[in-house]
Design a protein. Sequence first.
Length: 343
Amino acid sequence: MTAVTQPDWVRDEEQNGNKAATDTRHADILRTSVIAGSQLDSLPAPEPLINGILFRGTLAALYGPSGVGKSFVAMAMAMSVASGSPWQGHDVANGPILYVAAEGSFGLAQRRRAWMEHARLYQVDGDLWLPRAVNLLDPQWAAGLVALAEDVNPYLTVIDTVARSMQGGDENASRDMGALIGAADALRFATGTTALLVHHTPRNADNLRGHSSLEGAVDTAIEVRGDEGTFTLRCAKQKDAAEFEDVRLALSVIGDSCVIVPAGTELDSGITETGVRMLKALAETDLGEGLSPTRWNAVSGVADRSAFRWQKKLVDFGLVGSTGDGKRKLYTLTDQGRETLES
């Protein structure tokens, strides 16, 4: 995408206070930009970044409640673009990425290693990380981020999270949210990057938190909904393309972190955090006689409905054995289950 910048003469005349001349010059720019309706077909079509999901040079939001897996999704998208690897079966445009980890660096290295192991890649060179918050409400810091992005020319810039990127601001105030949107737009106009904002939902609601101007400004809005160890990506808005179908995902343990995988295939590379929690509870509590279903649920701390589902899955996977029926049923860890916990 061609960068949109102000000509030097416009900036010079504005600085010199020559408002009338500047107004005329702006009018001249607008006149040369007008096209006839018959020429609209010549305008470039949206260029995919992640085919069917995100588009080049657009503003997007990935949002959901705390702890649902948003950052794992954002990282997987970023690493796919940086490496040219498909994202959940969708082709990507391969190019540099800039990931602003405003919530800090904790866990970034482990997550990146887990993703690379899962993708069977030994080296990725196109990913750059900024492990600190940048206050996008401060014009100088916002301009500094634009300057950094101009050095990188990223295909994708992730801002994780919105809340940490507007310190001292009010998410519900139109002025503050407008300033954040303006900073994200400045990134896009300067470099042609796709700006992906990672954000939260309000408590007991499923919309983007804060002022409605953010929802109106984004080209793509992706909601992350949790569902008992798995989660769903739902297309809440796709401005210039067809909405994509729901994407069902799960977190799967690799090493000391997790990666996202299609729901139902967790054992391709491990098991979800809930499954590991159930296994650990059984291993730590069973003294050799086995645990009843109710006792196992209680010591695991997992909600009953999810725990009973995982009991069956872990038996089906061969990680847990069972004897007896009904109230007499007892569960024990198998050798394969022990190996899984030790790996």
